[in-house]
Design a protein around this ligand. Structure first.
Ligand SMILES: [Cu+2]
Length: 245
């Protein structure tokens, strides 16, 4: 009987610490996903051409064109984002993709000839995308307004040796957008870039020629981590004190 009673006393005393720990854990992990890169479920990221096409087959707003050269998705050269009154400027980039443009560094196999694009707010950006390799490559931009670009995405895909082009209009706010090739391992092997609108919102990490390869832990510790560690320390202390009594 004595042993049972002391056991229940321990549980009750530790209860506030446990509640605090649970609250902290919840906050810490809820914040992990709030980085600048938007995480999109793989199933949504590259819809099957036929599926999307059949959904829009009879709709006026075809948002995907594809042929022997490749694919253009969500090209938009005339509908303004809600925060823009007019197109501020027309900007064109010719982008080449392939192994020839990989930075001469460990782990780099693929690359774009431009990894850092700078454009003014509310500009219309046209990308002429040339693939110099024999495998497919993509120039995929994430984070655009979803009311205008399904899944927030503008997407060019060129088959080997082919050229595709498309346009999009960027919103008015200073922001840095992720550009990459989503084919397995191509981004990790060097096909990552950024599009900086206005002053941007800081460089993305691991952009060849722009930023360091690794996520700096001091900048990227999820919010709530220190609170969680403090709470765990307090909990350990509380349990030690409880057990000593
Ligand atoms: Cu690629």
């Amino acid at each position: 009987m004595k042993a049972e009673r002391s056991h229940s006393r321990l549980s009750l005393r530790a209860l506030p610490s446990l509640v605090l720990l649970m609250l902290c854990c919840g906050q810490g992990f809820a914040q992990v996903g709030s980085s600048t890169i938007e995480v999109i479920p793989i199933a949504d990221r590259v819809p099957l051409a036929r599926e999307v096409h059949s959904q829009h087959e009879h709709a006026a707003d075809h948002n995907m064109q594809f042929d022997d050269r490749g694919m253009v998705m969500n090209s938009n050269s005339d509908v303004l984002p809600q925060d823009c009154e007019s197109i501020s400027e027309d900007i064109e980039f010719t982008v080449r993709a392939g192994t020839d443009y990989a930075l001469n560094a460990a782990g780099r196999t693929f690359g774009f000839d431009v990894h850092d694009y700078r454009v003014p707010p509310c500009s219309r950006v046209t990308i002429h995308f040339y693939n110099d390799d024999q495998v497919r490559h993509q120039w995929m931009l994430h984070g655009l307004p979803r009311y205008l670009y399904p899944q927030g995405m503008f997407h060019l895909e060129a088959n080997g040796g082919q050229h595709v082009m498309g346009s999009f209009i960027v919103p008015s706010d200073d922001a840095t957008y992720l550009v990459h090739c989503d084919i397995t391992q191509h981004m990790e092997k060097g096909m990552k870039a950024q599009l900086v609108v206005g002053a941007g919102s800081g460089d993305l990490w691991s952009v060849p020629g722009v930023s360091a390869d690794f996520n700096r832990p001091t900048e990227k510790v999820p919010r709530g981590t220190w609170l969680l560690m403090t709470a765990m320390g307090m909990l350990a202390g509380a349990m030690l004190i409880t057990m000593k009594r």
